[in-house]
Ligand binder design. Structure first.
Ligand SMILES: Cc1cc2nc3c(=O)[nH]c(=O)nc-3n(C[C@H](O)[C@H](O)[C@H](O)COP(=O)(O)O)c2cc1C
Length: 310
């Protein structure tokens, strides 16, 4: 078998993808910024920066910092707002690009309103509910950290759209399986995990946190084994398709997520190091599948051989 004979298509909760590689919200702008570096049409799709009802400027700097094998960020959902996204950003993309819109709100009702606005808009293939920004708090917690708050959030968004709805879970919880079941019970079509891991770093000279916000989210290869563990646990807990996220920088990394039960993956922080990397990951996955005799990428999903009791 040659790589071009591999069936790369996957179904992510009702979103038909030409291959399982997407790019992650907040790390790929609104798509067009990356078109000098790769053909957007060659990706399975991309998740746009999380949208709020009104535009947001985000936190003051410093709001990103290097960390061992990753980065810390506390951008805090800087975005153009849902209206400008629909009016200016979406029309700049070809019809061939699969776009998933990510929604966010500081209150549950606001999530619903952003979602309603996107419902039925041509060019939006699905909704990703950002239930998990680790440095924007409502009432002191992430929505995604409390099962009751998560249930109310998913229910509200579910009532606001007929589009496929993916719920992006927080890693900052005790039981990812419990949160996955909550999202499934409230009508999610798929799950995305993980968002950044809540983190802190310190400048010893100033004796202050390195980020102006104090806490931030850790992303990049540093979190990959945590993400793999959580994807595997979530995949064991629910029947929903899962999009694996966390430190993916190569085709091999992506294959690990598929084996742990992810139907598709998202590439995040790695886009900053190499803006064309997601395209290379598509090619590399096809090569892996051909080399190992998998005619369909879907056959790799959950194919991890686990030790007994593992
Ligand atoms: C600078 C930056 C901005 C981000 N903004 C968003 C966002 O707007 N919405 C969201 O759901 N996730 C956001 N994320 C989280 C990523 O989508 C992803 O879940 C996380 O970074 C883990 O993947 P990675 O290790 O491949 O980066 C952001 C991450 C980074 C690094």
């Amino acid at each position: 078998m040659t790589p071009d004979q591999v069936d790369m298509t996957v179904d992510l909760g009702g979103i038909e993808l030409r291959n399982p590689v997407l790019t992650a919200s907040g790390t790929f702008g609104y798509g067009t910024e990356f078109s000098p570096f790769l053909e957007l049409e060659s990706l399975g799709g991309f998740v746009a920066k999380s949208l709020t009802l009104e535009p947001r400027t985000g936190n003051p700097p410093p709001r990103i910092a290097e960390a061992p094998s990753g980065m810390l960020n506390a951008i805090s959902l800087e975005n153009v707002g849902v209206e400008a996204f629909i009016r200016e950003r979406l029309p700049a993309l070809s019809d061939e690009v699969t776009v998933i819109a990510s929604v966010f709100g500081t209150e549950i009702e606001l999530y619903g309103r952003v979602t309603e606005r996107l419902d039925g808009v041509s060019g939006v293939a699905g909704i990703e509910v950002n239930a998990s920004c680790p440095h924007v708090k409502a009432g002191g917690i992430e929505f995604g950290q409390d099962p009751k708050a998560l249930a109310a959030l998913v229910r509200t968004v579910r009532q606001s759209t007929r589009l496929p709805m993916l719920v992006k879970l927080s890693p900052n919880v005790t039981s990812i399986a419990e949160m996955a079941r909550v999202a499934e019970a409230e009508g999610a079509d798929g799950l995305c995990l993980i968002n950044a891991v809540q983190a802190l770093d310190v400048d010893v000279d100033t004796r202050r946190p390195v980020l102006a916000n104090g806490l931030g989210g850790l992303s990049g290869p540093a979190i990959r084994p945590i993400a793999l563990r959580m994807v595997w646990q979530a995949a064991s807990a629910v029947d929903l398709p899962i999009c694996g996220i966390g430190g993916i920088a190569s085709a091999e990394d992506a294959v690990k997520f598929l084996l742990c039960g992810a139907t598709a993956v998202q590439v995040g922080t790695a886009n900053y190091l190499d803006p064309g990397v997601a395209g290379q990951i598509v090619t590399g996955i096809a090569e892996y599948a051909a080399r190992h005799g998998f005619a369909r990428i879907a056959d790799l999903v959950g194919a991890l051989e686990t030790p007994q009791g593992g």
